[in-house]
Design a protein around this ligand. Structure first.
Ligand code: FES
Length: 109
């Protein structure tokens, strides 16, 4: 059985952009890539810190990668793989996203 949490305004998220949402004690990065809404736990595998601060978008300057602002690790927004940085080869933890009646939800077991 899943609990579901609405991701506010996910439908209006521009392609290649990211936003943060907090659910219970967890923070997530939500991004739209190739028309798909993807979500990752906002926790860098390097030192288990949030990738970004407050409203910082957690993207690199070009908006191509999710970026950890502590030590510069870059992650593929499509699958969360660290492509360069101190945790290269590791992954952000992907969260399950569901769509119901046009709304996007984070799903938790
Ligand atoms: S904590 Fe993210 S790169 Fe070091």
């Amino acid at each position: 059985m899943f609990n579901k949490y609405l991701i506010p305004d996910a439908q209006n998220l521009p392609e290649g952009k990211a936003l943060n949402i907090t659910v219970e004690k967890y923070n997530f990065l939500v991004t739209k890539q190739q028309g798909q809404i993807l979500a990752y736990e906002n926790l860098c595998p390097h030192q288990k810190k949030q990738l970004n601060w407050s409203s910082d978008p957690a993207l690199d300057e070009e908006g191509d990668y999710l970026k950890c602002h502590h030590h510069g690790a870059l992650f593929s927004p499509l699958d969360g793989t660290c492509i360069t940085g101190p945790c290269q080869g590791s992954h952000l933890k992907k969260a399950t996203v569901g769509i119901e009646q046009g709304n996007c939800y984070l799903l938790f077991a």
